[in-house]
Design a protein. Structure first.
Length: 201
C-alpha cells in the first residue's frame, strides 16, 4: 500500500517502525523523532503507561497471547491520536490481522531491516537468549515467518547495512522524504476528482 493511500498531503500522521527485536527500532526511532521535531513513543512506554508492567512481566503473568493482543490494541489507540509522532511497534504486532490493520492507519510504516547474523549478535549481547525457549534457531524461525508480513505493511524499507544509528536515521529521513515526494507526484498526476481517460478517441 502506498503512502498516498494512507493520508492526505497535510503532513499529519504517525511514523511507525517495525522489524525484528534487536534490529534497533527504538534507537533509530528516537533519533528520527529528534530530527523531525516529533514526539517519540516506544512500545514499552505504551505498555508501562497502560498496565504499569513490562512486556516480560505481562508475558509471564498473563501469557504471550495477552501480551500480543495488548500491544496491538495500544498501537491502534496511539495511531488514532491527532497530530504526528514516531512510534515503535512490537516485533510481534504483524503476526495478527488486528496488528496489521492497526499499522495501516499510519502515514508511514518503516521496516528497519538487517542481516539475521547481525540481529542475532545484538540479541545475544542483550541477554535475551537466556529466556526459556528462546534461541538463535527460534529467532531464525521468527524471521522467516515475519519477513513477508513486515513487507506487506511497510511503506518504506531501510536496510541498516552495517551503518551506525545516526547514519541509519539520516537515511530514513531521506527515504521518507522521497516517499512523500513520490506521493505528491502521484497526486499531481491524478488529482482527486479529476476525470480519467474517457476512452473516446
Amino acid at each position: 500500500m502506498s503512502t498516498s493511500d494512507r493520508a492526505d498531503g497535510d503532513g499529519q500522521g504517525h511514523i511507525v517502525f517495525v522489524g525484528l527485536m534487536g534490529v534497533g527500532k527504538s534507537t533509530v526511532g528516537r533519533l528520527l523523532a529528534d530530527r523531525l521535531g516529533l514526539r517519540f513513543t516506544d512500545n514499552d512506554d505504551l505498555l508501562a503507561r497502560h498496565s504499569g508492567r513490562t512486556a516480560e512481566q505481562i508475558a509471564t503473568e498473563s501469557g504471550l497471547d495477552e501480551l500480543h493482543r495488548l500491544e496491538a490494541d495500544l498501537l491502534a489507540d496511539a495511531l488514532e491520536e491527532p497530530g504526528s509522532s514516531v512510534l515503535t511497534a512490537a516485533a510481534s504486532v504483524v503476526s495478527g490481522e488486528a496488528g496489521r490493520d492497526a499499522l495501516r492507519k499510519a502515514r508511514h510504516v518503516v521496516w528497519l531491516r538487517d542481516d539475521l547474523p547481525a540481529v542475532t549478535a545484538r540479541v545475544a549481547r542483550s541477554g535475551q537468549f537466556h529466556r526459556p525457549g528462546f534461541s538463535p534457531d527460534v529467532l531464525r524461525e521468527i524471521d522467516e515467518r515475519r519477513t513477508p508480513l513486515f513487507a506487506s505493511v511497510a511503506t518504506t524499507t531501510v536496510d541498516i547495512a552495517g551503518d551506525d544509528p545516526e547514519t541509519v536515521a539520516d537515511r530514513t529521513v531521506a527515504a521518507l522524504l522521497e516517499a512523500q515526494n513520490a506521493a505528491g507526484r502521484r497526486h499531481t498526476a491524478h488529482p482527486r476528482g479529476a476525470p480519467g481517460p474517457s476512452g473516446n478517441g
